[in-house]
Design a protein around this ligand. Structure first.
Ligand code: PGA
Length: 253
């Protein structure tokens, strides 16, 4: 964390939540933020598509940002069941996550596709959270930096700015497992990502761009992770489904 980059605490609800619990969770987080007054961090919730509209109402006026978990590359057209970035913007979304490892694995998303989705999101006026991260096999093979470097080179648009783009480093093997890299390992990868970003978007944008850590972040490890020089917040799955845990991670900023 560095004073010049405002930490972002982002909740990725994944495929969780029906109307009642989704609204209750969003309302509980909004109440905490309203009760806290001015905070040093920015908060973002990314519910499933089905809850976006209801969550938008529940967090209205709270200052919490709203995001989706994916978008299509095209503005509109014959793409059954897909959702465009313009549709998300129309629903009140501020952000969209692209390239989450579960999309890369479950739907075969490549760096090229993630890049196109990021372009579509930026064109629609959304901010984008671009996810990258190595698998356990890649880490064991000593390829962590190479894999993340290639994902930055392939997934991030060259005209991305710190004002509209966030990177989330999520080691695939740390997602939902309770395991995390050591703090030194996290900082090493984040510093490397920032250096690779500089090649892509220039030194000054890379220096201002937020790089989140994701993968089993919880209130008990968030303080140490977010204190690392190149970690600017978190992308949180499991712990974002409990208002107290999610808020606790925010408080650790
Ligand atoms: P987790 O998920 O916090 O449950 O590990 C993080 C993510 O996939 O974004």
């Amino acid at each position: 964390m560095t004073a010049s980059r405002r930490p972002l605490i982002a909740g990725n609800w994944k495929m969780n939540g029906l109307s009642a619990d989704g609204v209750a969770l969003a309302t509980a987080i909004a109440d905490k933020l309203k009760g806290a007054g001015d905070v040093s961090f920015e908060m973002l919730v990314c519910p499933p598509f089905t809850l976006i509209s209801r969550v938008a109402d529940a967090i209205s006026g709270s200052g919490i940002k709203l995001g989706a978990q994916d978008c299509h590359t095209a503005e509109k057209g014959a793409h059954t069941a897909d959702i465009s970035a313009a549709m998300l913007k129309d629903l009140g979304c501020d952000y969209v996550i692209v390239g989450h490892s579960e999309r890369r694995t479950d739907h075969g998303e490549t760096n090229e596709l993630v890049h196109a989705k990021a372009e579509a999101a930026l064109s629609a006026g959304l901010d984008v959270v671009i996810c990258i991260g190595e698998t356990e096999a890649e880490r064991d093979a000593g390829k962590t930096l190479d894999v993340n470097g290639a994902q930055i080179a392939g997934s991030v648009p060259g005209h991305a700015k710190a004002a509209n783009t966030v990177i989330a480093y999520e080691p695939v093997w740390a997602i939902g497992t309770g395991r995390t890299p050591t703090n030194d390992e996290v900082q090493e990868v984040h510093a490397y990502i920032r250096a690779e970003l500089a090649k892509k978007v220039g030194e000054s944008e890379a220096g201002a761009m937020r790089i989140l850590y994701g993968g089993s972040m919880k209130p008990t490890n968030a303080t140490d992770l977010i204190a690392l020089a190149d970690v600017d917040g978190g992308l949180i799955g499991g712990a974002s489904l409990q208002a107290d845990d999610f808020w606790g991670i925010g408080e650790s900023c």
